[in-house]
Design a protein around this ligand. Sequence first.
Ligand code: NIG
Ligand code: FE
Length: 408
Amino acid sequence: MTEDTAVPESILVDDIGSLVTNDPSRGRGVVGEVEEAALVIEQGRVAWSGPRSQAPAADARVDAAGRCVLPGFVDSHSHIVFAGDRSREFAARMSGLAYSAGGIHTTVEATRKASDLELLSGARTLLREARTQGTTTLEVKSGYGLTVADERRSLEIARRITDEVTFLGAHVVAPEYADDPDGYVDLVSGPMLDSCAPLSRWIDVFCERGAFDEQASRRVLAAGRERGLLLRVHGNQLGEGPGVRLAVEMGAASVDHCTYLAPEDIDALAEAAVRPEPTVATLLPGVDFSTRQSYPNARKLIDAGARVALASDCNPGSCFTSSLAFCIAVAVRDMGMTPDEAVWAATAGGALALRRDDVGHLAPGARADLILLEAPNHLYLAYRPGVPQVAAVWKDGELVAGSPDIGA
Ligand code: NIG
Ligand code: FE
């Protein structure tokens, strides 16, 4: 290797105007904000972070020029392995049609017909899109195959782009089982799970009217747990229901949507928040935006003591955005979150929802997954909605999007 191409052993990211560490012992507030900060990357990890006046020497230097650095977004909920287009369904919704779980079948039909290559390149394009906007960890679900072979294929594709892979055979009842929904639950928790569990870290179920009821959801989750999978739940998206309480009872890492909550659901989430392995309430503002539903009351959840994450739920039906910055802006504008809480929820909150302690923060030892914002601090994410402010993104210490150079 010549000297020009040698990879430096350590990199000092210097002159950071505001650094979000998400470690309250290191700085201000829940986000542990340090002003006039620096950070050292070594072997893909954060080796040091703190006030720049105390920064150690390093082999190379990146100039943040007074801008903000925060942890890469941890998007704990997406469905990006799919084919087909549902833009007309969205337009019809905006003219008054209600969202229903049934639309999923349109995507199932298109996904089954697509080639492996089409599905992989579609998923890669969306991953790249998310990464450019600051997402450095992305969970990806199956759920648009609904046969053993098609679910397996979706998971194989998901595994090529992420480690956070979720088996969602229980998305809706497959059309072949329309008259025998119990038979489909047998399939999902039997042969389909046998085939899919080795490819997955997580199992998920859509516990909702029009999808799976409490009893079926419980069966699917219990079968997954027996196979060593960790649990997550889609619940309380379209109305109040058993999803949240089931997730808490079964020790799921996260229950996602939480748009319609009864007081008992909030109590259950508050109680689950203090467990060593909490059940996180993952809110998906993009879904409520794109389906014209009311927004969940994040303020009430946080004040009750629940742990709250924000995720995109990027999918072709209920929400086709990969932008966590957008989710943060909506959560601040319409869900009662402070900018600090929303940024925490899209980074450390997502990590908690994925039971990861190596991402979502920038204390020493964390993965060097960073966003350099074209802004002086993280408040700008909500303050300048719709504006692309991500200047550069590093994953595991490698620059994967943009450039730190001023005006690049
Ligand atoms: O999380 N709620 C269930 N699944 C997705 C929507 C899928 C679709 O409409 O295609 C969601 O919103
Ligand atoms: Fe979803």
